[in-house]
Design a binder for this molecule. Structure first.
Ligand code: VGL
Ligand code: ZN
Length: 198
């Protein structure tokens, strides 16, 4: 058994003061850092959008942030502009240990499709390449922590479980956005997909 820690989107824009701040997002950083030593592999993900990304409310005339729209690939929440490639907001939280990472996986760079999951874009079809990377390293067991519980952690955990990985989400080392009950829905969805919530 080879175990990887997948650290999801601990970036300035998802921490207090950021463009899409998750309450208490920064608070998990010290424990996430400490946890890295217990794993065979550490992978960090980074939400990484081009300016003018189609998931930004600013690109949809008359739409407010957090509105739900129908995209060619399905429903999509519109977000404030966030995690723009190369910006301070897209950088990892300054206290996050990045030296230990074997790989940094960027996602959301396709202008037309958002990518909550570290495995597939929001069309649920376009792969990011992470699955192949993990399989070629014989990694079978994934532990996930990070931001946000109900979006990027949720989609990553469900996709990983569907792809046959053994997946544990450490709830205490995640923080959620919680739009219209999205946190409860995410927790039951992960459970239904066979994700262990610890
Ligand atoms: C995320 C919304 C938009 C996340 C990323 O990391 O959970 N949420 N982009
Ligand atoms: Zn994003």
């Amino acid at each position: 058994m080879t175990r990887a820690l997948i650290v999801i989107d601990i970036q300035n824009d998802f921490c207090p003061g950021g463009a899409l701040a998750v309450e208490g997002g920064h608070a998990i950083v010290p424990e996430v850092n400490a946890l890295m030593a217990e794993f065979d592999a550490v992978i960090l993900t980074q939400d990484w959008h081009p300016a003018g990304h189609s998931s930004f409310a600013s690109q949809h005339a008359g739409a407010a942030p957090y509105a739900l729209v129908e995209m060619p690939y399905g429903p999509q929440v519109l977000w404030p502009d966030h995690c723009i490639q190369g910006s301070h907001g897209a950088a990892f939280h300054p206290d996050l240990t990045t030296d230990r990472a074997d790989m940094i996986l960027r996602k959301g760079y396709n202008p037309a499709i958002d990518s909550y999951s570290a495995f597939y874009e929001n069309d649920h079809t376009t792969p990011t390449g992470l699955e192949g990377y993990l399989r070629s390293r014989n990694i079978t067991d994934l532990t996930m922590v990070g931001l946000a519980t109900d979006f990027c952690v949720n989609f990553s955990a469900v996709d990983a479980a569907k792809s046959g990985f053994s997946v544990t989400v450490l709830q205490e080392l995640c923080r959620g956005i919680d739009l219209d009950g999205s946190l409860d829905a995410a927790l039951s969805g992960m459970q239904a997909a066979g994700v262990t919530l610890a």
